[in-house]
Design a protein around this ligand. Structure first.
Ligand SMILES: C[S@@+](CC[C@H](N)C(=O)[O-])C[C@H]1O[C@@H](n2cnc3c(N)ncnc32)[C@H](O)[C@@H]1O
Length: 263
């Protein structure tokens, strides 16, 4: 059985036995291979915008299941249980074709563009598991504005980074491809997050995530560096404002840390 990284395993664990999945931006295809090989998913679509990653996924499929597992066209494997599709975002997946969609290892802003292209299409899937590499607060803002409910949040370490895994459900599952999609609300330049709830999800406190304290401490370390760096420059005018803003954020982060250490 293929051994996944802790990050991919945590994503896999958000999928229930019997669910079908589309893995968008699959790259190496390791997650779909695991989902099928472990018997958790009867059907998995491997989507990617680039040919190179799909080729890599094909090679990994051949490595795990044997070259015979692939059809002649190389776009299906394991009797059609694995389907490789070239295309951007959800475009190569039909309305409601799978129960769940995974989008992992891309920037949060790119995810909002993929999800917002056709809201009805995106909401035709019952569950989305998102693992943004950055901009997670922007993604959470977008999800909330566009009618998605965050049902679970998890943190997991990969190399020296703490990754965020966000599981969401549409507030209303729509399956009519003919219905006109409402235009998605797009990200503004600036997202106010005074309470830091978009950055540090309250669900992580509720679930007492074991990495929550380290996650906040990392943010504090970065902000302390900003204060040190700006202070070395100028303490006047614009520099003064930046130091004041960074200190305000530091105070808010320390309050969040104190709360996390209590739970
Ligand atoms: C860093 S890899 C992530 C691989 C895997 N999902 C993971 O988390 O380990 C990002 C992949 O997303 C693909 N990608 C980028 N933009 C995309 C888009 N708009 N639609 C589909 N795939 C995309 C890239 O080609 C690449 O294979």
């Amino acid at each position: 059985m293929i051994k996944l990284s802790d990050r991919l395993q945590m994503i896999a664990d958000e999928i229930k036995k019997g669910e079908t999945v589309a893995d968008i931006g699959t790259d190496h295809g390791l997650l779909p291979i695991f989902l099928y090989e472990s018997g958790r998913c009867p059907k998995v679509i491997l989507g990617d915008i680039n040919k190179g990653p799909l080729e890599k996924a094909r090679e990994n499929i051949a490595l795990h299941f044997g070259a015979d597992a692939l059809d002649d066209d190389g776009n299906h494997a394991c009797g059609g249980a694995l389907a490789l599709r070239l295309g951007s975002g959800l475009e190569p997946v039909a309305f409601g074709e799978t129960d769940a969609v995974v989008i992992a290892g891309m920037g949060g802003i790119l995810m909002t563009e993929i999800l917002g292209l056709d809201l009805n299409h995106t909401k035709s899937f019952k569950k989305l598991i998102l693992q943004p590499r950055n901009g997670s607060h922007k993604l959470r803002w977008w999800l909330k504005q566009n009618g998605f409910v965050i049902t679970a949040e998890h943190l997991v370490v990969e190399r020296k980074y703490i990754c965020e895994i966000i599981t969401v459900e549409p507030d209303l599952v729509t399956t009519d491809p003919a219905a006109e999609s409402p235009a998605a609300i797009v990200l503004p330049e600036d997202i106010p997050d005074e309470a830091l709830d978009l950055e540090i999800s309250p669900l992580l406190y509720e679930r007492k995530d074991p990495l929550l304290v380290s996650f906040i401490k990392n943010k504090i370390r970065i902000e302390e560096k900003v204060v040190g760096f700006v202070s070395e420059g100028s303490g006047e005018g614009e520099g003064h404002e930046r130091i004041a803003a960074a200190n305000k954020r530091l105070a808010a982060l320390r309050a969040k840390l104190a709360l996390a250490e209590e739970v």
